[in-house]
Design a binder for this molecule. Structure first.
Ligand code: C2E
Ligand code: MG
Ligand code: MG
Length: 650
């Protein structure tokens, strides 16, 4: 901004200086021509004066010559020419008096007296000569000769003086001209330099304007944060690519990507971290695509990649897999390690979509399908196209489902690896949908979490789980149960009291109820989480962190939260047998949990070996398909009997 202001000041100064320079040059020309004209006028005037003096000289000489002629032969000569020549210089003297300069006036006045005397002498001489008065004739002749030579001298002096004056005027005019010429040359040079400078400034301005226009064009078509193309540019390129594909060549693929759990990162770590993450995602997407592909950010955490020259759906899938592989993995965001993952939906023109609009819409449907079903990647399939409609009706249906008792719980046991005894059951919700059959939690819990339904859903689950526990108790089985608690519940101030009410209603042992909270919520809203959990824990209810270690590395909440248990996400458990790193991570989590006096549950145990190893590593509890998949409660007593009848391997 400051630079721009400086340039503007320089440009304006240059133009002002050029204007002044040109005005000076014009003024110089006027002054020069005026002074030349004035000098010429003065020279001409002086010339005229000089001429008058010259004539006076000649006339005096003429008078004297006529006198000499007359004196040479007075008896024969005609005295008339002499008489008419006397005083012939008078008009010149009068002219000089009227038009001459000060010096001339002074000289004329002096000369006029002498000239008057001279003419008087001449007349007397003529009279004396006519009367043949020889004596007076000689006297007057001598006097006239003296006067004539004096007068001629005076006249010639004045001619010389005036000629000198002309020479001075001409010399001065020449000097002034020379000075003005130098000034004009200097000014012209300065003006030339200013014209060049103004031209350069103008050129710079033009370049700047062109750059600015290109910049504006870029801004209108690109995302300000990541520098990727925006929705507008993507729309244009999709249409162009389809037109090209129609003319000749293979089809067009479109990938649409949505980040998983981006909102949590934004809410938890702040918008600045969210921005850093998006920039990193943009980098990874660009790295994973070809130079000819167009990577765009459509807004929020939604990205798109336009693939030109893609033969068919198989090729689009290959690119989608490569892009997802490039995208997924931990990223350093402001010093914290955040796990990036996303869902990609794709479609292909002309095999799946028939127009640019359809291509965009179908990729969107596919992406939604991939996200909802945690598929990672999904192609467009027409049967998924009513998803958005389904989503709209889903929440209404779910509301009725809770009231009509369509929700049911399946239970997955937790065992102690040390002695294989049953430690408890985790209640996992299912929806027996009247038309779509038995739905897993992924089909409706994420939607419920985004609505006001989570509270009633969790309370319905708590009610069913505690009732089931009471039924088992009546059969002589004292089984602790764990329930997953949605974030919305801990934000509701009345929730702990309602849990207490349910514990009372079913006469439950508070220590036999564990609440599983996801780690992200503890970070997002630590105050309300701490208040609600402290209240419940004071009443004896156990608190567990579910899916520990997924995507978050901020562990400060471990210090302040009232906790009893930590469940290691199955992502880590899955790796303990295969990688040293997986083993090291689980060991570290177990050590950390024990240092904080927390019980450790290893999730996702799928084989005997893993169960043994997690036991050796110090996990108090284990849960997984190896022991039992989540099953209907009717099957639990049978499973317990069969599981406990198997001898513990040694
Ligand atoms: P979660 O609380 O971590 O539950 C464990 C999930 O892992 C269950 O999936 C279970 O079937 C699965 N699982 C257990 N052992 C293994 C294994 O060895 N291998 C594999 N691959 N998977 C295993 P499910 O029932 O589909 O539940 C998914 C998630 O849905 C749950 O994860 C929980 O976050 C949520 N959820 C389930 N029921 C409820 C509920 O009543 N309320 C709330 N708020 N969330 C629920
Ligand atoms: Mg759980
Ligand atoms: Mg879990």
């Amino acid at each position: 901004m400051r630079d721009w202001l400086r340039r503007r000041v320089v440009a304006r100064s240059a133009v002002a200086a050029l204007t002044v320079g040109l005005a000076l040059l014009a003024a110089m020309a006027v002054v020069s021509s005026r002074s030349t004209a004035r000098a010429a006028d003065i020279a001409a005037g002086t010339q005229q004066t000089s001429q008058q003096w010259n004539e006076i000289y000649l006339k005096i000489s003429m008078e004297y010559e006529l006198l000499e002629d007359y004196l040479d032969s007075p008896e024969t000569g005609d005295r008339q020419p002499l008489l008419s020549s006397i005083g012939s210089a008078e008009p010149n003297l009068r002219w000089l008096l009227a038009n001459g300069g000060t010096d001339d006036t002074r000289q004329v006045m002096a000369l006029q007296n002498a000239y008057g005397g001279y003419t008087y002498t001449l007349r007397n001489l003529i009279d004396a000569a006519a009367t043949e008065d020889r004596e007076n004739t000689l006297k007057y002749a001598r006097q006239a000769a003296l006067s004539a030579s004096g007068l001629r001298r005076q006249a010639s002096v004045n001619v010389a003086r005036n000629n000198l004056a002309i020479a001075v005027v001409l010399r001065d005019a020449k000097d002034a001209n020379a000075r003005q010429l130098i000034a004009v040359e200097v000014l012209s040079l300065a003006d030339l330099l200013l014209v060049i400078f103004c031209g350069l400034v103008l050129l710079a301005y033009q370049k700047r304007t062109e750059r600015q226009a290109a910049d504006n064009d870029y801004r209108a078509s690109h995302d300000g944060l990541t520098g990727l193309a925006n929705r507008r540019l993507l729309g244009e390129r999709v249409s162009r690519a389809i037109a090209d594909a129609d003319r000749a060549g293979p089809g067009v693929g479109l990938l649409l990507l949505d980040l998983n759990r981006f909102k949590e990162v934004n809410d938890t770590l702040g918008h600045h971290s969210g921005d850093l993450l998006l920039v990193e995602v943009a980098r990874r997407l660009s790295a994973g695509s070809r130079a000819s592909d167009l990577v765009a950010r459509l807004g929020g955490d939604e990205f798109a990649i336009l693939l030109t020259g893609v033969e068919g759906i198989i090729d689009a899938r290959t690119v989608a897999q490569r892009v997802l592989a490039e995208l997924c993995g931990p990223a350093d965001v402001g010093g914290l390690s955040v796990d990036i993952s996303g869902s990609i939906g794709y479609s292909h023109y002309p095999s799946l979509s028939a127009s640019a609009e359809e291509l965009l819409q179908h990729a969107d449907v596919a992406m939604y399908h991939a996200k909802r079903n945690r598929l990672g990647i999904a192609a467009y399939e027409p049967e998924n196209d009513n998803n958005s409609f389904e989503q709209l009706t889903l929440l209404t249906d779910l509301r009725f489902a809770i009231d009509r008792g369509e929700l049911e719980l399946h239970y997955q046991p937790k065992v102690r690896p040390a002695d294989r005894s049953v430690a408890g059951m985790e209640a996992l919700v299912r929806w027996r949908h009247p038309t779509r059959g038995l739905l897993g939690p992924q089909a409706f819990v994420p939607e419920a979490e985004q609505s006001d339904l989570m509270l009633s859903l969790t309370e319905a689950v708590l009610d069913m789980a505690l009732r089931q526990q009471a039924e088992w108790r009546e059969d002589g089985r004292h089984i602790p149960v764990a329930v997953n608690i949605g974030a919305a519940c801990l934000r509701d101030p009345g929730f702990p009291a309602r849990v207490e009410g349910l514990l009372r209603q079913y006469d439950a042992v508070p220590g036999h109820l564990t609440m599983e909270i996801t780690e992200s919520f503890l970070i997002t809203d630590p105050e309300s989480a701490a208040a609600a959990l402290t209240h419940l824990r004071d009443r004896g209810v156990r608190v567990s962190i579910d899916d520990f270690g997924v995507g978050y590395s901020s562990m400060s909440y471990l210090q302040s939260m009232p906790l009893d248990e930590l469940k290691i996400d199955r992502k880590f458990t899955a790796e303990i047998l295969t990688t040293e790193r997986g083993r090291a991570i689980v060991t570290a989590i177990v050590d950390l949990a024990h240092a904080l006096d927390l019980t450790v549950v290893a999730e996702g145990i799928e084989d005997e070996k893993t169960l043994t190893v997690v036991g050796e590593m110090g996990c108090e509890h284990a849960q997984g398909y190896y022991m039992c998949r989540p099953i209907h409660p009717d099957g639990i007593p049978k499973w317990i009997d069969s599981w406990t009848s198997v001898p513990v391997p040694t």
